[in-house]
Write a protein that binds this ligand. Structure first.
Ligand SMILES: [Zn+2]
Length: 146
């Protein structure tokens, strides 16, 4: 085990092992995001994944992007994005986790603001939301926009 691995093992909360694995593949491969993409595709929607949007204030890479409709969808992990239901702060190594999670939340707010300032519609969906509900949210946004 390298010293880096030791450090990670110490800093991660007890339940974070699986989440850390998910984080490694986070951009494309999280279960809830994958499920939503599949559902959208099955419903006939076409969208972009891993699509970088260059905005005046910075670059944002939403999870799912409808370019023509200017709709950006984020599927937010409950832990990493501090979901009000499941996003409890780890009890261990709070000095490490609190600022890290606060930075994530701050970045989420900034990205949402940057997108909205440029005329994008932003939907944020918690990973705990059932896929049918997530699909309905996206559908509603697309219909409102048409
Ligand atoms: Zn949650």
């Amino acid at each position: 085990m390298t010293s880096g691995e030791v450090r990670d093992a110490v800093q991660l909360p007890p339940t974070a092992g699986r989440r850390r694995n998910m984080q490694a593949n986070r951009r494309r491969d999280t279960g809830p995001e994958l499920a939503l993409r599949s559902a959208l595709h099955a419903a006939g929607y076409r969208y972009r994944c891993d699509f970088r949007i260059d905005l005046p204030g910075g670059r944002v890479r939403p999870d799912i992007v409808f370019t023509r409709r200017k709709l950006a969808v984020f599927v937010d992990g409950c832990f990493w994005h501090s979901c009000p239901l499941h996003g409890s702060q780890p009890r261990v190594n709070q000095s490490y986790w609190s600022p890290k999670l606060a930075r994530n939340a701050e970045r989420d707010r900034t990205n949402t603001r940057l997108l909205e300032e440029s005329g994008w519609t932003v939907i944020r969906i918690w990973e705990h939301v059932p896929v049918g509900e997530a699909l309905a949210s996206v559908r509603t946004a697309l219909e409102l926009d048409s």
